[in-house]
Each structure stands twice: as C-alpha cells, then as structure tokens.
Design a protein around this ligand. Structure first.
Ligand SMILES: *[C@@H]1O[C@H](CO)[C@@H](O)[C@H](O)[C@H]1NC(C)=O
Ligand SMILES: *[C@@H]1O[C@H](CO)[C@@H](O)[C@H](O)[C@H]1NC(C)=O
Ligand SMILES: *[C@@H]1O[C@H](CO)[C@@H](O)[C@H](O)[C@H]1NC(C)=O
Ligand SMILES: *[C@@H]1O[C@H](CO)[C@@H](O)[C@H](O)[C@H]1NC(C)=O
Ligand SMILES: *[C@@H]1O[C@H](CO)[C@@H](O)[C@H](O)[C@H]1NC(C)=O
Length: 471
C-alpha cells in the first residue's frame, strides 16, 4: 500500500486551490482536484485504484471497495476518510459503508452492481415489516449498505451508481426469486447521512431506502428506471426523523417518493414513525404510480410532511395516501403547496382499502387515522379525474383541506371529476367543483407551517481536495 501514501493529501477547507496540475501532473501523474458541499469534510483521501481497482466494466472490484472502506474506517476518529472513484466502469458486489466517510464519484465514474447472485448476501427482514416485502423469508442485502453509522456522505459530480436491475426484474416477473430484491442504497439505524449530486440508475427494487435513521439530506439526485420496471420506487424514507429531500428528478416504475413506517402488526409493535420530512423541488415522471405516496406501510405513523414546488408529468397521481384496516398507525399533518401537474389520471387519491398484508395475523380492528391533510396552490392540466377520496367506513379521513386549486380536465374524460366517501373537510377556490362531502368555503387558505425544521438549519460546508492518480 505504498502508493496509497502518495494520495493521502491534505484537505483545504474554504481555502484557495492552487493549481498544481501542470507541474505535479508531469512529475507524479495526474492531479485531480474536486470539491463538494457536505455535512463534513475529510482529512484522508484514497482512490479506489490504490486498492487494485480496475475500471474496465469487467473486473470485479468487490475486494477493492471492501478493503478501501475497512482501511478508511480506521480514520473515523482522526478526521474521517474519503474514497475517490475516478472515471471508469467499476463493477462490484455489495459493500458496506462506515462512519465519518465520504464516497465520491467523478463525473464519468459508474459503479456497476454485479449480476452474480452469489455477490448478494442475505439479510434478515426488517423488524417493522416482519417479512421481506415480497417474499416471507429474508431479503438480499442492498448494493450499497450501511447500518449503525454516523456522518456518511455519498456524493460526486453527477457520477452514476447503476444497479443493472434488469436481470432482477426478469427473475421477479418469472417468479424465480425466493427472497425480496435488494435496494440500490440502504442506510439503517444511522444519523447524519447525505446523498447528493449523483445519478442512481436501474435499482433492482426501491432505489434509496433510509430506514430507522435521522438527519438525512438528499440533494441534487437523478433517479432513473424504466417506467414499467417493477417496484423501482425513487426514495422511501421509512421510520425516519428529520429528512430533507430537494432538487431531485425521478423517473420510475413505482412511486417517485413513498413515505413509509412499517407494516401492520410488525410496524405497530416497532412503533417508529416518519416525521419532520421536507420535500422541495421534486420533478417526477411515473405513469403507473404516484409522485408522493404516503403508505401503504404506515403502521408506525407518518407525521409532519412538508412538500412544496413539485412537478409531476405523465404520472398516475400527484399525492396518494394508501392504507387499510389492519395497518393501525396514522397519517397526519401533511402539508403540500405549489404543485404543477400535467397528464395525470388523478390529481389526488386517498385509498383506505389498499390491502396488501404481511400475513394473516394482522388485527382487522387496527384502524389507521388519516387526519389533517392540506393541499394548496395547485395547477393541473389534462387530468382524467380530479380526486378519488375513499376513507374507511366507520373510520373517516378527516381534516382534509384543499385551497386554490385549478384542475384542468382532459376534455375527453367521461369520468366523474370527484368521487368521495368517508371523508370530511373543506375546500376553497377549487375547480372543478369538489364533491359535497367536503364543505365549500369562500376564502380559506390551507395551512403550511411557517417555522422551519431543524433539518433545514443544517448548513453544508465546502470541502476541497486534490487526488494524485498514478497513471
Ligand atoms: C455488512 O454489514 C452487515 C451488518 O452489520 C454484516 O452482516 C455484513 O457481514 C457486512 N458485510 C461486509 C462485506 O462486511
Ligand atoms: C444497531 O442499532 C440498533 C438500534 O439502536 C440496535 O438494536 C442494534 O443492536 C445495533 N446493531 C449493531 C450491530 O450494533
Ligand atoms: C451539486 O448540486 C448542486 C445543486 O444542483 C449544485 O449547486 C452544485 O454545483 C453541484 N456540485 C457538484 C460538485 O457538482
Ligand atoms: C392528455 O392525457 C391523455 C391520457 O389521459 C394523453 O393520451 C394525451 O396525450 C394528453 N394530452 C396532452 C396534450 O398532453
Ligand atoms: C394560487 O396558486 C397559484 C399557483 O401555485 C399561485 O401562483 C397563486 O399565488 C396562488 N394564489 C393565492 C391567492 O395564494
């Protein structure tokens, strides 16, 4: 590892970057400099090449990635470590992250997930789900995985993490999988996690899954999967507190963002809600699913979600609440403002009869509470149905507020624009005229909290690095 010493270079924080490219470049190889904004900067920097990495798209780099992370984990208490991935196609099996660690992908760096099933170890089901989401047993470990960590960053100049999900989708459709498919990135039981300035491509299953975590910043991502790929959700904040998602563009085969908190009796027992979630400047294309779904797994509760400046194009529904008897839990204090939609089946959808249970042991008397749902400043065009609101008989969804919404209907649509049952609330300045189950008021402005959340107060630092890449 002698070569590695040469790349352990200092960090200049908020300093000037002296251009040494010319001089040093000729002497010791190419010097690459880069910078990122992050929750932390790191004192130690290595390149995947120092661990024998080969970016030819064919050589397996599993050992290189695992060894590099183990090496950098030694610097957890002495300034932290950054793993630099230069341009190239870096094939690898799954690997774990460590604390006080940054994974940095150069612009043309692609980390490619191995398609050899032996590279995907099995893990236990999540306690709040009791089962794998699509098979009773365990689940494949996520491609990039971290648990019980603090201060972790995945970032870059728009480099790509490619799950090569197609083989998984084919096996899933063929009924050939015994276990639940892996996520592309999963962070569990962790605090202070940032993922930014990357492209996440073709996940086998849900793409980005922070679970049982807090203080999560998700910024400037492109998340892409074919619109017919199965269950390729974009981002699934699951039993997480203080999450900020901004400037994200998602094209996916399932919900662009699905907010979750555990499944039926397992989620009720685990009792960990998702709360204090901010979503802003999201664009979504998902013809068969929602821009933002709340549920269907919401048994630990979902509370205080603030979403603004949203754009959905050619998407099935804008905001969708999915739940069922047996879920228990709650969805409450949801605030949405500033939403543009074009070519939608439903602008809004709430469904109290979603079904989908982990097993036969759920308690049908465990009623979900849906309460305090606020939508305002909405402009939509070419919509087939404005809203379908179906609460639960004997368990109505209450406190629904919609104000200042102009929903342009597809002139060819023959559907009723609004269908409502078992819901209560108020609307103001909404066209077309909402169902009579909701009161019509003249001048009501639905709530959106004024005070900011702690996650919005987190300021990112500017970190500047130089890495010598030996030729
Ligand atoms: C990754 O972490 C999990 C959970 O701690 C562990 O079971 C697994 O062995 C780790 N994998 C590697 C390659 O270290
Ligand atoms: C990770 O954290 C969870 C929750 O605090 C704890 O139950 C679990 O034992 C921890 N796992 C490890 C490997 O430390
Ligand atoms: C990361 O994305 C932000 C927001 O789009 C942008 O301002 C910044 O320049 C990007 N940083 C890098 C290193 O590409
Ligand atoms: C309107 O939506 C329909 C699908 O409901 C679609 O076929 C049509 O192309 C859309 N029109 C425009 C102008 O986008
Ligand atoms: C109504 O919504 C539109 C579109 O978001 C916005 O531009 C306008 O300011 C809103 N009007 C009021 C009175 O809030």
């Amino acid at each position: 590892m002698a070569a590695q010493m040469e790349v352990v270079l200092g960090v200049i924080i908020l300093g000037f970057l002296f251009s040494v490219r010319g001089i040093e470049g000729r002497r010791v190889g190419v010097v690459e400099s880069f910078e990122y904004t992050g929750i932390s900067c790191r004192a130690h920097t290595v390149s995947i090449k120092d661990f024998g990495g080969v970016g030819d798209g064919k050589t397996s780099n599993t050992e290189a990635f695992r060894n590099a992370v183990v090496h950098l984990s030694r610097f957890s208490y002495t300034g932290g470590g950054l793993l630099y991935v230069p341009a190239g196609r870096w094939l690898t099996g799954n690997f774990n992250l460590t604390s006080h660690f940054t994974l940095y992908l150069a612009r043309d760096a692609v980390i490619l997930a191995s398609q050899d099933i032996n590279d995907w170890p099995l893990a236990k089901p999540l306690p709040s789900y009791g089962h794998g989401r699509e098979a009773p047993g365990g689940r494949y470990t996520s491609f990039i995985f971290g648990t019980n960590l603090t201060d972790v960053i995945l970032t870059g100049e728009g480099g790509t993490i490619d799950g090569q999900g197609e083989a998984w989708w084919r096996k899933f459709h063929g009924g050939k999988l015994k276990y639940t498919r892996p996520h592309l990135v999963e962070i569990m039981h962790s605090t202070s996690f940032q993922i930014s300035n990357l492209t996440l491509l073709n996940s086998p299953f849900w793409t980005l899954h922070p679970v049982y975590s807090s203080n999560v910043i998700i910024q400037a991502l492109r998340i892409l999967a074919p619109v017919k790929s199965p269950n390729t959700d974009g981002i699934d904040p699951d039993s997480c507190t203080n999450v900020r998602i901004e400037d994200v563009h998602i094209v996916s085969g399932d919900d662009c963002i699905a907010v979750k908190s555990g499944w039926d009796e397992y989620g009720i027992q685990y009792g960990m809600p998702t709360k204090h979630l901010v979503i802003r400047r999201l664009t979504c294309i998902s013809p068969y699913s929602a821009m933002i779904a709340l549920g269907s797994e919401m048994s630990g509760g979902i509370e205080d979600v603030r979403a603004e400046d949203l754009t959905a194009i050619n998407t099935e529904s804008g905001i969708r609440i999915k739940t069922a008897l047996g879920r228990g839990g709650y969805v409450k204090d949801i605030y949405v403002r500033g939403m543009k939609m074009h070519t939608m089946k439903w602008a809004f959808w709430m469904d109290g009869n979603y079904g989908s249970h982990p097993d036969g042991h759920y308690n049908p008397k465990a009623r979900p509470v849906v309460q305090g749902i606020n939508y305002r400043d909405i402009v939509a065009e070419n919509v087939t149905m404005a809203a379908q609101f179906k609460g639960i008989s004997g368990d109505p969804f209450t406190g629904i507020c919609i104000s200042n919404a102009t929903i342009g209907m597809n002139p060819k649509s023959k559907e009723e624009p609004w269908t409502c049952s078992d819901v209560q609330g108020i609307t103001s300045r909404v066209t077309p005229r909402p169902c009579n189950k909701l009161l019509h008021a003249n001048v009501v402005t639905c709530a959106f909290p004024k005070e900011s959340l702690p996650i919005d107060e987190v300021k990112l630092k500017k970190c500047v690095y130089k890495v010598k890449n030996n030729p």
